[in-house]
Design a protein around this ligand. Structure first.
Ligand code: TXA
Ligand code: MG
Length: 334
C-alpha cells in the first residue's frame, strides 16, 4: 500500500476512504490523529495493529457536533453542557458512559467512551463530510512522540495507512486534556492546554487530578511509557532564577559533551550556545511555545543524531503542567 498525501482540496476523498473503512490520518489543533470509522470494528482493530498499540488502551472518538456525541452516550453527566458550551470545539476530551452504538474495540471493553470535537476548520469539515464518528489516537507508532506535521505521520506510518490529510503544523502541539465526568467529582486523567483552573471556572466546582501512582490507572494510556525520542531525554529541574537555569543547563551540556556524547539542546533561544552538538529552538520559552514545539524537537534532534537531549524544565503551572507531564513521561530529571 502506498500512503497518499491529501490536501484540504481533497476532503471528499479523505471522507470517502474513511467511510469505506480505510485508515486516514488527519490534523487537529492538538496533534495529528489516525482516524478510522469508530462504528467499524475491523477498521478500529487495524488502528491498534498499525500503531503497535496495546489493545487495552482505548481511543478518543471525534465527532462534529454535540448531537453526534449524544448519540453515543447513555446518560448526559453533570457539567457536560456547561463544559461543551465553553470548550467544544477544542482540546478537551470528556469521558462519559457510552451506549450500545459504540463497539467494545474502541473503548477496550470499558463502559465509558472518550469524546471530543476538534477545533480545526479542516477537521470539522472532514467530520461533517464523512458523517461518522472517528476513532483516532495520535498518529504515531506507539511510544514515539505524537506527530504535529503530516510529514512526521508519513515518516511513522508510510505504507501502513491509506492516506494522510496535510493541514499544516498543529497549532497547539500537545494532546487534549482528558476529563472524566463519570467519577464522583470531575477528574483530570491527562493534563492539557485546557487547565484545571479553566475547568473550575466553568464548573464552579473542584476539579481533581487522577492519582498517578494508583494500581489501576483510570486512563489506561497513562501506564505506558510515552512520547519518547530515541535519544535519552534529560530534563534540567526548573527554578525561578533564569541565570541559575542557564548555568545548570550549560553545566549538563558540557558534562555530556566531555563524556563523548552528541548532545542535542532543546531550549528557549536565550539558552543557545552552551557547546551543544545540535540545537532546537523552543522559541521564547513560554509554556505554549514548549507545547507547540516539544514533539517536533524530539524528532528533529533524533534525526540529527543526538544521543542525549537536554531540555530545561518549566514551572508546572497552567499549561506548563501539561508540558512537564509530557517531558517527564518521555525522559527523566538530569
Ligand atoms: O489531542 C488528542 O487527544 C489527540 C487528537 C488526535 O485528538 N488524541 C490522542 O489520542 O491523544 P491518544 O489515543 O493518543 O490518547 C487518548 C488517551 C489515552 O491516554 C487513553 O487511555 C485515554 O485517552 N482514554 C481513551 N478512552 C478512555 C476511557 N474510556 N477512559 C479513560 N481514558 C480513556
Ligand atoms: Mg498518543
Amino acid at each position: 500500500m502506498t500512503t497518499r498525501i491529501l490536501h484540504t482540496a481533497d476532503l471528499a476523498i479523505a471522507a470517502d476512504l474513511l467511510r469505506q473503512g480505510e485508515l486516514v490520518a488527519f490534523p487537529t489543533e492538538t496533534v495529528y490523529g489516525l482516524g478510522a470509522n469508530a462504528l467499524n470494528e475491523a477498521a478500529v482493530r487495524r488502528v491498534y495493529e498499525v500503531k503497535g498499540r496495546p489493545t487495552d488502551n482505548p481511543m478518543i472518538v471525534h465527532v462534529h457536533s454535540c448531537q453526534q456525541a449524544r448519540e453515543l452516550m447513555q446518560v448526559v453527566p453533570d457539567f457536560f453542557s456547561e463544559l461543551t458550551n465553553e470548550f467544544w470545539p477544542g482540546p478537551l476530551t470528556l469521558i462519559v458512559k457510552h451506549n450500545a452504538a459504540v463497539p467494545d474495540v474502541v473503548t477496550a471493553g470499558l463502559d465509558t467512551v472518550a469524546l471530543r470535537i476538534p477545533d480545526l476548520r479542516v477537521t470539522r469539515d472532514l467530520l461533517r463530510l464523512a458523517n461518522i464518528p472517528l476513532a483516532a489516537p495520535s498518529a504515531n507508532i506507539s511510544g514515539r512522540p505524537s506527530p504535529t506535521t503530516a510529514e512526521q505521520v508519513f515518516n511513522d506510518l508510510n505504507g501502513r495507512i491509506s492516506a494522510v490529510l496535510d493541514g499544516g503544523p498543529c497549532p497547539l502541539g500537545i494532546e487534549s486534556t482528558v476529563l472524566d465526568l463519570t467519577s464522583a467529582e470531575p477528574t483530570i486523567l491527562r493534563p492539557g492546554t485546557v487547565t484545571r483552573e479553566d475547568l473550575e471556572d466553568v464548573t464552579q466546582s473542584r476539579v481533581y487530578f487522577a492519582e498517578t501512582n494508583s494500581d489501576r490507572p483510570l486512563s489506561p494510556g497513562m501506564k505506558y511509557r510515552h512520547y519518547a525520542p530515541r535519544a535519552e531525554l534529560k530534563i534540567i529541574p526548573w527554578n525561578d532564577l533564569v541565570e541559575s537555569m542557564l548555568r545548570d543547563t550549560c553545566t549538563a551540556v558540557r558534562q555530556h559533551v566531555e563524556a563523548g556524547r552528541r548532545v542535542g539542546l532543546m531550549a528557549p533561544d536565550s539558552f543557545r550556545g552552551c557547546g551543544e552538538t545540535h540545537w532546537y529552538s523552543l522559541g521564547a520559552g513560554l509554556a505554549v511555545d514548549y507545547a507547540r514545539l516539544l514533539y517536533a524537537g524530539m524528532r528533529e534532534l533524533d534525526e540529527a543524531g543526538a544521543e542525549v537531549i537536554l531540555c530545561p524544565g518549566i514551572e508546572a503551572e497552567g499549561i506548563g503542567l501539561a508540558v512537564m507531564n509530557r517531558l517527564l513521561k518521555a525522559g527523566e530529571i538530569q
